[in-house]
Design a protein around this ligand. Structure first.
Ligand code: NAD
Length: 433
């Protein structure tokens, strides 16, 4: 099948590569010429485990192509995926200008039946808007399908190749058949392709992300209580997680959720609820808790240094919003950097993948270390913001030798409290005394 993917970012590149991997011919389109040039020349533009190998193989086999031309990219394509940004607008609602802009363009250049698939996360009713935008310029037959993406950065290839489920919103039998054939190789183990109407599919994505964000904020509030009540959140987590109704996953407290999805999707659902006259009370609290949690380590660090961080120097391990990605959008590490430098502290950071992106965003506001131990030189204390595996069992002797104070502020609960205390560290984490 010939497929076009419009928008070649985290979702678009993974989508395009994985569809090529199952034998389709895929054209990835982006307005960013620099990105397209790099990709055409075999240079991958994002860090995502396992992606580069598939990308190079399919590029070499000629199944994957890159272009800045929408007309060229969609020529002969039976299916056109929209993997475009839907950032929050000023009022928090999803900004549909990219999705609807491309839809209008498509209407001008389409010449035959195509299935246009919305993979971007978009508010309920967008499929209809996409339809209208295309139909304004194109009078032939076509279908618009909502197919929200559930991949997680860091394990995106696995998630795409073996999805828990595929959600497809369409009322068209013709489009349903096209989507069934396309996804058949990905659900051979029996995971469901769940067909529904477009509006339900659109809401499913927001409901999923909002529920997961709620789980995180809930555990962060339990962690707040644990600190105040002398309980241990790890124990509470295990105690509740073994109840199947609750489940073990996504119960880890920390310094808040970040990334390009949860914050914006929670905001967007609050906003679209308001548009219907409904006040989504739980989600407003989820957001508030997350904002508070992002600052959680700051008073602890201040208290340890007797309220004065001026001239203090910190090693910061982790910048990405989560491990195994170079994505720093809404990363809690950035809030920490903001808060600590505002108090007059300096920071030397290390992240295995995200430093180039942070450098692009905040430049020399902080310094960037060549390795996790280099970051410790002359530092007063170590702060941890991302749970990269390589931070989990570090050389504590070397840390102790390099730090001026044997103090670690851990936003991701990486270490055993008793063990690290026995090594003589002042150790503060989340929800554990
Ligand atoms: P991204 O910013 O990484 O990629 C978007 C790409 O679209 C960019 O490369 C940009 O240059 C390109 N673009 C913008 N305007 C264009 C145009 N007119 N024509 C062609 N290309 C254009 O975004 P992303 O993280 O891939 O997210 C895309 C959508 O998928 C969003 O709606 C997001 O909410 C959703 N989503 C993201 C994830 C994730 O983990 N990143 C997961 C599920 C769903």
């Amino acid at each position: 099948m010939k497929i076009a993917v419009v928008g070649t970012g985290y979702v678009g590149l993974v989508t395009g590569t994985c569809f090529a991997e199952t034998g389709n011919k895929v054209s990835c389109i982006d307005i960013d010429k620099n990105k397209i040039d790099k990709l055409s020349n075999g240079e991958i533009t994002i860090y995502e485990p396992g992606l580069e190998k598939l990308f190079l193989r399919n590029l070499k086999e000629g199944r994957l192509q890159f272009t800045t031309s929408l007309a060229e990219g969609i020529e002969d394509a039976a299916i056109i995926f929209l993997a475009l940004p839907t950032p929050p607008g000023e009022d928090g609602a999803a900004d549909l200008r990219y999705v609807l802009g491309v839809s209008a363009e498509l209407g001008k250049i389409m010449t035959g039946y195509k299935v246009i698939v919305d993979k971007s996360t978009v508010p309920v009713g967008t499929a209809q808007k996409v339809y209208t935008a295309i139909a304004a310029n194109y009078k032939g037959a076509f279908d618009v399908v909502s197919n929200p993406e559930f991949l997680r950065e860091g394990v995106a290839v696995d998630d795409f190749m073996k999805p828990d489920r595929v959600v497809v919103g369409t009322n068209s039998e013709r489009a349903r058949k096209v989507m069934s054939d396309l996804y058949a190789p990905f659900v051979r183990q029996g995971n469901p392709v769940i067909f529904m109407d477009e509006r339900s599919a659109e809401l499913t994505k927001y409901a999923a992300n909002s529920f997961l964000a709620t789980k995180i904020s809930f555990m962060n509030e339990i962690a707040q209580l644990c600190e105040r009540m002398g309980a241990d959140v790890d124990m509470v987590r295990r105690g509740i997680g073994s109840d199947e109704r609750i489940g073990k996953r996504f119960l880890f407290p920390g310094i808040g959720y970040g990334g390009s999805c949860f914050p914006k999707d929670v905001q967007a659902l609050i906003r679209s609820s308001e548009e219907t006259g409904y006040d989504f009370m739980i989600l407003k609290a989820v957001e508030r808790v997350n904002e508070m949690q992002k600052q959680h380590l700051v008073p602890k660090i201040k208290a340890y240094f007797k309220g004065d961080l001026k001239g203090k120097h910190f090693a910061l391990w982790g910048l990405a919003f989560k491990p195994n990605t170079d994505d720093i959008r809404e990363a809690p590490a950035l809030n920490l950097i903001e808060a600590l430098t505002a108090e007059g502290a300096t920071i030397a950071a290390f992240d295995p993948e995200a430093m180039p992106n942070v450098k692009k965003s905040i430049g020399d506001k902080i310094t960037y270390a060549a390795g996790q131990y280099d970051a410790l030189t002359n530092a007063d204390a170590l702060v941890i913001a991302t749970e990269w595996s390589e931070f989990r069992t570090p050389d504590f002797e070397m840390i102790g030798e390099r730090l001026k104070h044997k103090a670690i502020f851990d936003g991701r609960n990486l270490f055993d409290v008793k063990y690290i205390n026995a090594l003589g560290y002042h150790y503060e984490s989340i929800g554990r005394s």
